[in-house]
Design a protein around this ligand. Structure first.
Ligand SMILES: Cc1ncc(C[n+]2csc(CCOP(=O)(O)OP(=O)(O)O)c2C)c(N)n1
Ligand SMILES: [Mg+2]
Length: 781
């Protein structure tokens, strides 16, 4: 083979990619083997890894990464093919041996590709199947958004590619995303299905044959099915070949898998039994020995470099394309086709046999091009370094969007936090500065009811093509004037909350992906955060940056009934890493916290931010100074500072501020110096507290935590009544900070319809409940 010959012949390219396919299969298998059988174990636990899932994809990944992929393309890799991605970067010189050897160990390469933890470039983290696929559709929408705004030259558009397992096609979020993608006319998206017809537990349903084509084509996708490899196609053209093809087409998935595992003799026996009497079949089969017959029968499209290259070349336009690449799970390994091979692993004897068959000498297992001989190794290395993907630049470091020192507080003696949020956004839309221009809003069909309408009226919907507001044109009165155009800044989504969170995640990765920082603001009814929770977690896991607004929340949705009242979202906010949860009570807090969020979302050590808001208009407080502001950002401030000898405080979060204040006013007569603490972020307070506690073990400097500081205004034997329209556990822990007694109020049962006085009384959130709890705790020793 003369791989380095310039210009390269197609045949040379194919040979090089085939050789690389073998390298990837070997290195991924050895990486898993090393972690399980070579590396010393200390805990007796299974390490794991997926040799069969990797082998299923190595041809596809070889053809893609070393030939078809361009530097501007981005790929989400099937989670359990992670070792193949690392092997690719190992061949490219981007990954160290040390990392491979520490696969699944602390600080080593991760089980599944991770943007934040892996040391190789990872475009999209994957792990929870389906999400990594769907996010590529939203990334292509983000790319279109930037192109439309002139922030990315159209000629630099990349392809957003998902390499997916076929069982991922069972995930509902795939179809939610297909529908949304169709509405937005997405383009430049490739989904390549590793169609091995095996999931974790079993072989997949034969009934689905061709159904995926229908579904995807209906949604505007081109479907390219790569069923047969070139060798098979050649055999089908020979006498008897048609019968063989028909047999393959009718063979149930499970039978095909079992025969693959059994090998050449089994194939022959079965084929002879089924179609041996058909004209020319016996002769056709006789022309292959058992090994060659096994090879022929498993020469599926996804294992044939030429077939893959032809398919990639045929999709060289912007039409979203799904490739159904037929493969064998465990191809080329003794595990091939076995239904239990998902977590199956070659035993030491089997991997040594594989090593020997590849001419790799003992001790040379990690050699990137081991067993090939010096010349071939050099040629292959040169081929790899010439692949377009090798020239991929590092991820962008987008300039920050300036955030002013203050965002103006909306005027009004009575306001809700949701109204304040909408007004502040609308003011930003009017202002016309970089901050307003960088904001992108999105909502799953709740744009109006979460108060994004004002922003959208000013900035419009994002559409690649113009979209007229028919009602407006017909002069039908409506508060919403929504025209869609390329400069629009609101991405309208259907109800599916999974899509909403994936949209936020894709927008929140715009800076590293495309070099332009966007400030995504997404609104959703607070209770329906749970509908997209895995996608929210997924976005946070890869450190995408966005502002999530859950509104309305809690019992303030009383008129909507129990199914609409969020109860445990404060705990979600506290429990979700890479997401700071705040729940302001007053409009000026909303302004301070939104400003903080826009800044925090952009800081390297920052995170996404979640604001839990509501529609309850409450009297605003007058401030005598702005000393509270910094504390509000830290998570809480004394609305009424306790006196030095006070032994009690009421602690509240969010919309029940008036009840907390009323209770305080009643109680302060009997308890002079009673404190009133407004916790703007149970999340930050808790995290600061546990970080201080952990400092001794984490080796960090034990900085005093904000909650320690706040509660040090009270003696240690003081008592607290805590109250939140949500799970009481969000605040009850405060007693543990300095050993205080606590009476926690909050909702811990499903809601029901009712007005606020009824509901607050029923769920014990009204002033009387606070006073009762206080009396019991503070006064009756
Ligand atoms: C949401 C989710 N559920 C379950 C799993 C566990 N899991 C990992 S891989 C897998 C099956 C994958 O099959 P397929 O996508 O066909 O990939 P293959 O290994 O066959 O290439 C399952 C159920 C997961 N990772 N994510
Ligand atoms: Mg599969």
């Amino acid at each position: 083979m003369a791989i380095v010959a310039q210009p390269q012949s197609q045949q040379d390219t194919v040979q090089a990619l085939e050789a690389l396919d073998t390298r990837l299969r070997w290195l991924s298998a050895w990486t898993v083997h090393n972690a399980n059988h070579v590396r010393k174990k200390r805990d007796g636990m299974k390490v794991g890894g997926h040799q069969a899932s990797c082998a299923s994809m190595t041809t596809i990944m070889s053809a893609l990464y070393f030939h078809a992929l361009r530097p501007q393309d981005k790929v989400a890799v099937k989670p359990h093919a992670g070792p193949v991605l690392h092997a690719i970067h190992y061949l490219l010189g981007n990954q160290s041996l040390d990392q491979l050897q520490r696969f699944r160990g602390l600080g080593g390469m991760q089980s599944y590709p991770s943007r934040t933890k892996d040391q190789i470039p990872v475009d999209f983290s994957t792990g929870s199947v389906g999400l990594g696929v769907a996010i590529t559709a939203f990334a292509s929408l983000v790319q279109d958004y930037l192109i439309a705004r002139g922030q990315l030259p159209a000629e630099n558009a990349g392809r957003m590619i998902a390499l997916m397992g076929d069982a991922e096609l069972d995930e509902g979020n795939i179809y939610e995303c297909l529908i949304e993608g169709y509405k937005h006319d997405i383009r430049n998206c490739w989904w390549i299905v590793d169609y091995n017809r095996q999931s974790l537990d079993s072989t997949t349903a034969d009934r689905m044959f061709r159904r995926f084509d229908d579904i995807f084509e209906t949604c505007g996708w081109r479907v390219l099915t790569l069923k047969y490899g070139k060798q098979q196609r050649e055999a089908f053209a020979r006498p008897g070949g048609k019968s063989l093809q028909e047999w393959i087409d009718n063979c149930p998935n499970a039978d095909f898998a079992a025969l693959t595992y059994q090998g050449g003799a089994a194939w022959r026996a079965r084929l002879l039994a089924d179609i041996g009497s058909k004209p020319h079949v016996r002769k056709l089969l006789d022309s292959f020995d058992d090994a060659a017959l096994a090879h022929l029968m498993t020469n599926l499209g996804g294992h044939c470099v030429e077939t893959l290259l032809e398919a990639f070349a045929a999709a060289d336009d912007e039409t979203p394309t799904m490739f159904i690449a037929y493969t064998i799970k465990g191809f080329g390994l003794p595990l091939a086709g076995h239904k239990d091979n998902h977590s199956g692993m070659m035993n030491p004897q089997q991997i040594l046999q594989l090593r020997d068959s590849l001419n790799i000498a003992e001790g040379q297992e990690w050699e990137p091009y081991g067993g090939l001989g010096d010349n071939l190794a050099a040629e292959l290395r040169a081929f790899v370094s010439r692949s377009p993907f090798a020239a991929t630049p590092p991820e962008h470091d987008a300039p920050a969007v300036p955030v002013p020192d203050r965002l103006p507080t909306p005027e009004g003696e009575e306001q809700s936090t949701q109204a304040a949020f909408g007004r502040i956004l609308m003011d930003l839309a009017k202002a016309g500065d970089t901050l307003g221009d960088s904001i992108v809003t999105t909502a799953p069909d709740v744009t109006q009811t979460t108060n994004l309408g004002g922003f959208v009226n000013r900035r419009g919907l994002f559409r690649r093509g113009e979209l007229h507001d028919v009602f407006h044109a017909a002069k039908i009165p409506s508060a919403q004037r929504w025209t869609g155009h390329a400069a629009g800044q609101h991405i309208e989504l259907g109800i599916a909350e999974n899509n909403f969170f994936l949209m936020l995640a894709a927008l929140g990765l715009s800076a590293p992906h495309f070099g332009t920082r966007l400030l995504p603001v997404g609104t959703v009814y607070d209770p329906f955060i749970s509908r997209g929770l895995d996608a929210l977690n997924y976005g946070c896991y890869q450190d995408a940056r966005f502002l999530l607004v859950g509104t309305p929340s809690g019992l303030t949705l009383g008129a909507e009934g129990g199914a609409h009242q969020s109860i445990n979202t404060p705990l979600i906010g506290m429990g979700q890493p890479n997401l700071d949860y705040y729940e302001p009570a007053y409009a000026d807090e909303v302004a301070i916290l939104m400003r903080h969020a826009f800044e925090h979302m952009q800081k390297p050590e920052g995170s996404s931010v979640y604001l839990r808001l509501n529609t309850r208009s409450i009297p605003q407080v007058t401030r005598s100074d702005d000393a509270w502001e910094a504390d509000a950002v830290r998570g809480g401030y004394w609305l009424r500072r306790p006196s030095a000898d006070s032994e009690a405080a009421i602690v509240f979060t969010g919309a029940i501020a008036p009840e907390a204040l009323a209770a305080w006013e009643t109680l302060v007569e009997d308890l002079p110096g009673l404190g009133l603490l407004n916790v703007t972020s149970p999340d930050l307070l808790h995290r600061g507290w546990s970080a201080r506690r952990a400092a001794r073990w984490t080796g960090t400097k034990p900085a005093p935590s904000h909650v320690d500081h706040l509660l040090s205004a009270l003696p240690a034997h003081a008592s607290l009544v805590t109250v939140i329209d949500g799970s009481p556990g969000a605040l009850s822990w405060l007693g543990g900070v300095r050993g205080m007694r606590v009476s926690p109020l909050g909702t811990d049962r499903f809601g029901q319809t009712g007005d606020l006085p009824d509901l607050y009384r029923t769920y014990r959130l009204d002033a009387d409940a606070i006073i009762d709890a206080a009396a019991e705790l503070f006064l009756e020793e």
